[in-house]
Structure formats: C-alpha cells, structure tokens
Design a protein around this ligand. Structure first.
Ligand SMILES: Nc1ncnc2c1ncn2[C@@H]1O[C@H](COP(=O)(O)OP(=O)(O)OP(=O)(O)O)[C@@H](O)[C@H]1O
Ligand SMILES: [Mg+2]
Length: 335
C-alpha cells in the first residue's frame, strides 16, 4: 500500500509518501520559519496563505521524489487537528479534492497521534506498551501508549507547553524564532548550574506540567540584570533555563514509566530535538533500567511521514473517513 500524507497544522507545509512497511519514499517539508521570524511567532493568516501557495508544489515534489503518480496512491492522509484552523483547512480541502477526483480513500489524523508514532521512523522502534512524552510547541503531555491507536493521556501542561516556554524565553533574550534551537545552541557554552531557576513539580504523583512560573522567573531575572546595567550572561541563562525544563520533563516521564510498569519510554515532538533532553533521557532511562526510543531529530518537528504512519494504522483498524470530516483547533481527547 502506498500512502500520501499531508501536514499543514502550523508553519510547515509537508508531504510524504510511505509504503505500509514504513519505508519512506519521499519526505518534503517546506518551512515558513523565515516568513514568521520577523514577527517573533506564527501569524495565522499569513500561515494559511503560505500553505495555499506551497501545497501544490510540495505535493508535486513528493510525488516526483518518490517517482510515482497520483494513480499509484492507495491512501491519502491529512492532519485535521489540533492546530491553526485556517492552515488545517488548506490540507484537508486539498485531500478532499484528490479523494473526489481520484476516488482514493482518505483518513484524517490527529497531529498528536502523528508525533506519538513518529518514533516508528527510528531504526530501533519501541515495543508496546510504552510511556511517551510529547514535548512540542503546543503540548507537553505524557501518554500511556497501548498500541498504534490506543493512547491514554496521563498528564499535560496546565499553562505553557515546553516548546512555547523555549520560544518565549528566547524572545525575552532577543534570540530569533523559533527559540528552541537557538537556546539549545547557546546553552552548550553556558553553565547549567549558574542560576537556580524553579522547577514546578505540582502535586505529588502528578504527571502534569507547568512552565509559566519558570518563564516568569527567567523574565524577572533578566529585568533585574537590565535594571542594574549588568551584561546578560545569555549562555548561562539559556543553560540554566533549559536544565530546569529538562529536569521536570525527564523525571516525570521516567516516573510514569515506573508507575505503569512499562519497560519502554519514548520522547517525541519538536523539543525532543534538544540534545540536552535527549542525553538526560538516555541517562535517566538507563538508571531506571528502562529502554528509550526517540525519533531521529529530523522527525521530531512537524513532518508528513508521521501522518502517513498514523493514517495507515487508523485505516487498518477503523477504515477511511467521510467527506464531511472537519478540522479542529484543540484535540477532543489527546491534549
Ligand atoms: N533543539 C531544540 N531544543 C528545544 N526546543 C526545540 C528544539 N527544536 C525545536 N524546538 C521547539 O519545538 C517546537 C516546535 O515543535 P513542533 O513542530 O512539534 O511544534 P508544533 O507543531 O508547533 O506544536 P504541536 O505539535 O504541539 O502542535 C518549537 O517550540 C521549538 O522551539
Ligand atoms: Mg507538532
């Protein structure tokens, strides 16, 4: 079976072509980062206009890279939420048009299911069941993953997502958007123990997260230094902030693994591209005797390969979707 997947939930227009044995024949990601960078974040109206411009060339390139044509495609896959409604509609309507013209079945995919299954794009995928941390621009959630379609939410952020905290702290420091990669890079030359930023553990046994207090603490620290005319120790702030995020993400994920009796841990989503988080998760899993799997760095941020994967398993178990399927901005059950 050949699957054509499309992702347009935020600021990446992506298309991938995958075989049902997980072999990826094409993976095209057209990022709008340069367009939104001057505004310091994604502007929804611009994002949907850019998706409209990009979707046809991106899908055409994927077909050309895979050396196939639309008539070879057996299943269409598209992200239907959560995300920016105007952006999601571009992808969904494009796929609906293809379904109508080519009579190819389609499946609408939850973006979180895509991130959760992106780990199957790694050379060493995990065994079920596993506990997965999804740390991304809009989410910081821990799931108990029973199989390819059964995901049970154990905890989520009560305010900012981890990636959002990276982006906001980067903005405070005058670093470019998106903040995660910029902070990760600067943190390499900083001292993670230089500033004792707070860790929010919430109630004992809670798998929920909260990063807004940490963000406020970083903001207060920066304002104080600026008021005193003290040069900002940018690398130390980045390293100390990053360490506070990584400490909480890794400790709660490992605890969830231990508490559920799952022997396998997964970390995915854009923040899983962070090398300090990857190292810390490796150390913590080894110490707890758990096995860790992570998608390759290039599949942590948004891509359409993960959408193909999620669609295939949805189709296998539940069949295709109908043409009245709509998009949603917030996930009804996977937030
Ligand atoms: N190396 C890194 N270190 C830390 N954060 C990173 C790194 N690379 C990317 N990020 C963060 O990951 C986020 C983007 O991830 P992703 O594309 O999965 O998010 P999204 O699709 O916008 O949100 P969601 O998946 O929740 O809908 C951004 O907040 C970005 O700053
Ligand atoms: Mg994402």
């Amino acid at each position: 079976m050949l699957i054509l997947g499309i992702e347009s939930s935020c600021d990446e227009t992506a298309a991938a072509i995958m075989r049902d044995d997980n072999r990826l024949l094409a993976n095209v990601v057209d990022s709008q980062i340069a367009v939104h960078a001057e505004y310091g974040g994604v502007v929804p109206e611009i994002a949907s206009r850019k998706h409209l411009e990009n979707i046809y060339p991106v899908v055409s390139k994927a077909l050309a890279d895979a050396r196939v044509c639309l008539d070879d495609i057996d299943l269409l896959a598209v992200t239907v939420g959560p995300g920016l409604v105007g952006s999601l509609l571009v992808g969904l309507n494009f796929v609906k048009a293809l379904t109508l013209i080519k009579k190819i079945p389609f499946v609408g995919v939850d973006h979180m299911a895509g991130h959760l299954l992106s780990v199957f794009l790694s050379k060493e995928p995990p065994q079920f069941p596993f506990v997965a941390l999804i740390a991304s621009g809009g989410h910081s959630s821990i799931f108990h993953v029973v199989n390819h379609t059964d995901f049970r939410l154990m905890g989520r952020t009560r305010d900012d997502a981890a990636g959002e905290a990276f982006d906001k702290v980067a903005k405070l420091l005058g670093l470019p958007y998106p903040g995660g990669p910029a902070i990760g890079k600067l943190a390499e030359s900083g001292d993670a123990g230089a500033i004792a930023f707070p860790r929010s553990w919430l109630a004992k046994g809670s798998y929920d997260f909260s990063f807004s207090g940490l963000k406020t603490s970083v903001a207060n620290h920066i304002h104080q230094l600026r008021a005193d005319n003290t040069p900002l120790p940018v690398a130390d702030i980045c390293a100390s902030f990053q360490e506070a995020v990584v400490d909480v993400l890794s400790a709660k994920t490992i605890q969830a693994g231990v508490d559920t009796g799952c022997r396998n841990i997964v970390v995915a989503g854009g923040v899983a591209a962070n090398s300090r988080l990857r190292h810390a998760m490796r150390d913590a899993s080894d110490k707890a005797g758990l096995s860790l799997a992570m998608p390759p760095v290039s599949f942590c941020t948004d891509n359409a390969a993960m959408i193909c994967l999620a669609a295939f398993h949805h189709y296998r178990l539940h069949g295709s979707d109908a043409l009245d399927l709509d998009v949603y901005s917030r996930s009804p059950h996977l937030m």
